[in-house]
Design a protein around this ligand. Sequence first.
Ligand code: KG4
Ligand code: ZN
Length: 344
Amino acid sequence: MADATGDGGVGPATLVLGIETSCDETAAACVRGGTDVLSSVVSSQVELHARYGGVVPEIASRAHNELIIPVTARAMVEAGVEGDRVDAVAATTGPGLVGALLVGVSAAKALALAWDVPFVSVNHLEAHLYAAFLEDPELQLPMVVLLVSGGHTLLVLMEGHGRYRLLGQTLDDAAGEAFDKVARFLGLGYPGGPAIDRVAMEGDPEAIAFPRALMDGGLDFSFSGLKTAVVNHVRAHPDVSTADVAASFQAAVVDVLVAKARAAAQEVGAGALALGGGVAANSLLREQFLTACTEDGLHAFLPSRSMCTDNAAMIAAAGWYRLQREGPTPLDCGADPNLRLATF
Ligand code: KG4
Ligand code: ZN
């Protein structure tokens, strides 16, 4: 390994190649020392899936198969790195679509074997937590992370690297799933989050008073009632402005997310709040998150939009920390579509 200044020989010069194929993005990145992004290549399959209105697992696996080698090669060329300079290969082993995961995991193991370097298994959810550090490496622990993606909505207390406490989660739909379903219902296409974000800019967020679920009831979330309320409202008012519906729906989601994240930070006495996951790219959420952190005197970790959505830089970063903490992952480790974040 290139560096022996950190724990287990993993230090600031240790270069990790990260690979991400859990859903519909084929991504590879080279990251040095856990935070220095030398390259980050993301090839989105959005156009392949758009006409079906959502991700088709079989199409995703086949596309990953075609893209994994060129995307990885490009990440290495952009970083100016040859195979013999890579110190470890990290890949998402779950959660995600099993066929899609297997493409990245197999490629990562093959490269690790060929280069005779460690393979590191990375939990996709943990990697989203690490995206915040890529651009602001000054850790402020304990920190509360609001992780909002297409499949998950979690409030996590990060006490240290690998030490997470689950504070709250969704009881039904994930926030991103609600964006996608409402967008599909409104005919705004796929992926729904960015479409609603765009259309909402033209609408009035106070036009319709959609419900804010569980506002006084702890740190869990629920979005399925809101989705039903949107459908019922549009059916009862067929001439309603789509922009007003999008803006009012988005305001309802963001109000709940920000209120619960603030409450969580206060409850556990955290000095910092971070956002992660694809929904963290939402314009209104970013704005209200920053305002809330300023008002509450909290350090805000807000990754750039490209680091919020799926990418491999966050996989390489999480992989570096995991390698330092736990060492290499045995090569018989498989993909686990239902992998959970290890919490206590
Ligand atoms: O983290 P991510 O890229 O993939 C998963 O791990 O799920 O998140 C994808 C989710 C999708 O539901 C997408 O609609 C949502 O993030 N999303 C957004 C925005 N950009 C992506 N939601 C709201 N506003 C956005 N600008
Ligand atoms: Zn994700």
